[in-house]
Design a protein around this ligand. Structure first.
Ligand SMILES: Nc1ncnc2c1ncn2[C@@H]1O[C@H](COP(=O)(O)OP(=O)(O)OP(=O)(O)O)[C@@H](O)[C@H]1O
Length: 308
């Protein structure tokens, strides 16, 4: 049985349009399926909690996937396929899932599958990136933004993120943190953000941790500290291609268990959804999620990037 979970409003209405295309394909196939439409935030978590067998196919974006994996905690053996319908689609991008609806659907039906790691903060699951500090504040600002809907409608979802970056930038105060990665503790001053990444991208294609690979059992971390606002503005465009990582004020690290406390509370987001604030503990759960319809990465992303 295939259980479709469709967020009609994802991608500002693309979810519904894509479902209509899928429905047409289904009319020519002998498939046993059910469809659930989400009606409100967190509804996808409630729906996926009730599914005990078969395959879940999400038609939505990263927010819907985040909600589904949080419902799947109790039925880990259920595989999930993705037909990308969001504005960012960072999880689908990281897994090389085709952005074309027909190709994505066919690849799910072909039955290829792999298991990926999941980040855990307490009882919350995160598929892509957990952002602490500046990133958390930006996610909060994007989610509260009145213009977000219109920006998405105009296919300017990334622009709404960039506007929020600059809104937050001018009043943001970096904090001092204590960060424990596995057995090593380090004190760091003047920290803007810590990104803890299972997969490389967030905010619609920003490669914050370009070497994060969600099936190696490790997070890649990006810590931005001791940077002036001007340096931050100059370095920021490099994140779209992962070029920021060579900056002397950016430290890239890896680990499995992360604990962060800070001199003042830092907001935490996971997959773009606000999760809480510091202090936090993050663990990686290896091979916690079965994903259908994925093709293996063509090459390590860094090898494709033109570093200067
Ligand atoms: N019927 C609904 N009405 C309003 N909001 C909904 C409804 N169903 C789900 N949602 C909410 O919509 C939010 C956005 O969905 P989703 O993240 O899938 O799309 P997106 O934001 O366009 O894509 P991306 O996160 O990839 O940029 C989710 O966080 C979910 O809680």
């Amino acid at each position: 049985m295939y259980h479709f979970i469709v967020n009609k409003v994802s991608g500002n209405g693309r979810g519904l349009a894509i479902w209509k295309d899928v429905e047409k394909i289904l009319a020519h196939k002998q498939l046993n399926y059910r469809v659930f439409f989400t009606s409100y935030p967190l509804h996808a978590t409630e729906i996926s909690k009730e599914i005990k067998n078969g395959v879940i196919i999400v038609i939505g974006g990263d927010g819907t996937i985040h909600e589904v994996i949080n419902g799947l905690k109790t039925s880990k053996n259920i595989p999930m396929g993705i037909i990308a319908a969001g504005s960012g689609n960072d999880f689908a991008r990281a897994l090389n899932i085709p952005m074309n609806t027909v190709e994505a659907f066919e690849s799910i039906l072909a039955g290829t599958e792999r298991t990926v790691d999941i980040g855990r903060i307490g009882d919350k699951s995160c598929a892509t990136v957990i952002g602490i500090g500046f990133d958390g504040k930006v996610a909060q600002t994007v989610n509260a933004s009145k213009t977000k809907k219109w920006m998405r409608f105009l296919r300017l979802g990334r622009m709404s993120y960039i506007i929020s970056v600059f809104k937050v930038l001018f009043n943001y105060k970096p904090a001092n943190i204590s960060i424990k990665i596995d057995d090593q503790t380090e004190e760091m001053t003047d920290v803007w953000l810590v990104a803890v990444a299972n997969f490389p991208y967030y905010a619609g294609g920003m490669a914050i941790c370009p070497n994060a690979n969600g099936n190696d059992g490790y997070f890649e971390l990006c810590v931005v500290h001791g940077m002036s606002k001007l340096q931050f503005i100059r370095t920021f465009p490099g994140v779209f291609k992962g070029k920021h990582i060579s900056h002397p004020s950016i430290k890239m690290l890896t680990g499995k268990q992360i604990e962060i406390s800070s001199s003042s509370a830092m907001i935490v987001h996971g997959d773009g959804e606000i999760i809480g604030q510091t202090p936090i503990k993050i663990n990686i759960e290896e091979k916690a999620l079965r994903v259908m319809g994925t093709s293996p990465p063509k090459s390590k992303i860094l090898m494709e990037l033109p570093f200067s």
